[in-house]
Design a protein around this ligand. Structure first.
Ligand code: ZN
Length: 141
């Protein structure tokens, strides 16, 4: 079961203010929980509403790369359009090598996570088959 994080903790995640281990736990939980992604989307929405123009967002981000949590949110598709556009521009058009590396890293983590999940299901499936086939071989009383 994935843990549920409250809004202040998610806010801290967005600000990259959590310890690295906790950041990882939030990332993990975000992949698993649609409800948590909606919570994150709401935070981004509220923050976005506080900025009045695309120019404002541009100025806010211009001097720095998007945070790792922003890149993660971008990959999960939960960012507001303007922010997602900014990151797409930053990574794909400006070809920021640092952010491209982070995107690659996050994508690889996601792929590894999906594969692990699939393997777990296969093992569960094999166990089930083994159990069913061994029932037929039990000696009759
Ligand atoms: Zn960058």
């Amino acid at each position: 079961m994935s843990e549920i994080f409250d809004t202040p903790e998610l806010e801290a995640y967005v600000d990259e203010a959590l310890p690295a281990e906790r950041m990882g736990q939030v990332e993990e939980a975000l992949r698993e929980s649609g409800a948590l992604r909606e919570q994150l989307q709401a935070i981004h929405g509220r923050r976005d509403a506080g900025v009045h123009s695309l120019g404002g967002i541009w100025r806010r981000h211009r001097m720095s790369c998007p945070s790792r949590s922003d890149l993660g949110s971008y990959l999960l598709g939960v960012l507001a359009d303007a922010e997602a556009d900014y990151i797409r521009f930053h990574v794909e058009i400006s070809c920021c090598r640092l952010c491209a590396a982070s995107v690659q890293d996050l994508t690889a983590e996601q792929a590894a996570h999906d594969q692990q999940h699939e393997e777990q299901q296969q093992v569960a499936g094999r166990r089930q088959k083994y159990f069913q086939s061994s029932i037929g071989h039990l000696p009759k009383e």
